[in-house]
Design a protein around this ligand. Structure first.
Ligand code: G1P
Length: 271
């Protein structure tokens, strides 16, 4: 069983400036609800019991959002609005499930993962990147099924336009092992069009083995001077750890760029 999930939230959000100069992008509402709540719903519905948020001092607003139960209580005392009571109960439920760890320097997703090392109990855990919303079909749930079936690590996969490969981690896949599931031979972080092994991209859902922490401890900075989770995954693949790319069936919404964020707000209404 996958019982723990981690969510890196310490990123600067430069692709969403100027909004992110004063606001945490993960709290920006998408159809009236902060993006992070869609992510929480997905992992809780997939059976996760504990969620670790990796934040920074600059992103304390996120902690405040989930620790606002006293504020709600006071409002409820005065106003017995059922909608506010419902929101209060939801926030309280989330608060009980979330732990916070800190990554105060934006050194990359790999470095963010490393901050959770002492909290991870089981052999495998889930990671969700909050820029990537997947609607209509629970991607984490189907990845957990693939993990159980193939006893392996799993990452979400989607075809992207060839011209945009340098925005993503890109796969080189070998054989199909079951419906929508493929063995990964290689994964490269943000390659040039010329060097991209395919146009199949890593989307922000990962089932990772605990052994990734040893790789991250010794990992040198890669592209752009950051410590990438992709590079640590490649080191594990080199040592024959089985990684599966799962072609998810849900609707992908990219909330990590300004264009994507605007489009997501429109698209979500059509679902
Ligand atoms: C990260 C990963 C990249 C992956 C992407 C999915 O990039 O490093 O491999 O394809 O998320 O959204 P970032 O969005 O942090 O630039």
């Amino acid at each position: 069983m996958i019982k723990q999930a981690i969510i890196p939230l310490a990123g600067l959000g430069t692709r969403l400036l100027p909004l992110t100069s004063v606001f945490a992008k993960e709290l920006l509402p998408i159809n009236g609800k902060p993006g992070i709540e869609y992510i929480l719903e997905e992992c809780i519905d997939a059976g996760v019991k504990e969620i670790i948020f990796i934040i920074s001092k600059k992103k304390m607003m996120i902690k405040k959002y989930f620790y606002s139960d006293k504020f709600y209580k006071n409002v409820i005392k005065k106003k017995k609005d059922p909608k506010i009571i419902e929101e209060y109960n939801k926030i309280l439920k989330y608060k009980k499930m979330i732990k916070f760890v800190y990554q105060n320097k934006p050194k990359g997703t790999g470095d963010a993962v490393l901050k959770t090392k002492k909290f991870i109990k089981d052999k495998y855990f889930l990671m969700l990147l909050p820029d990537d919303l997947i609607m209509k079909h629970n991607c984490s749930k189907s990845m957990i099924s693939a993990h159980k079936k193939h006893k392996s690590s799993v990452m979400a996969s989607m075809k992207v336009e060839k011209k945009s490969v340098s925005r993503w981690g890109i796969y080189n896949l070998s054989k199909k092992v079951s419906k929508n599931n493929f063995i990964i031979k290689e994964v490269v972080e943000k390659p040039t069009i010329k060097n991209a092994p395919s146009n199949k991209a890593v989307i922000g859902r990962y089932i990772l083995p605990k052994t990734i922490f040893d790789k991250l401890l010794n990992q040198k900075p890669g592209k752009g001077g950051e410590i990438h989770i992709t590079d640590a995954i490649q080191s594990l693949i080199n040592e024959n750890e089985k990684f599966i790319a799962h072609n998810f069936t849900g609707k992908y919404l990219d909330c990590g760029t300004m264009n994507g964020f605007i489009k997501s707000n429109i698209e979500i209404n059509k679902l």
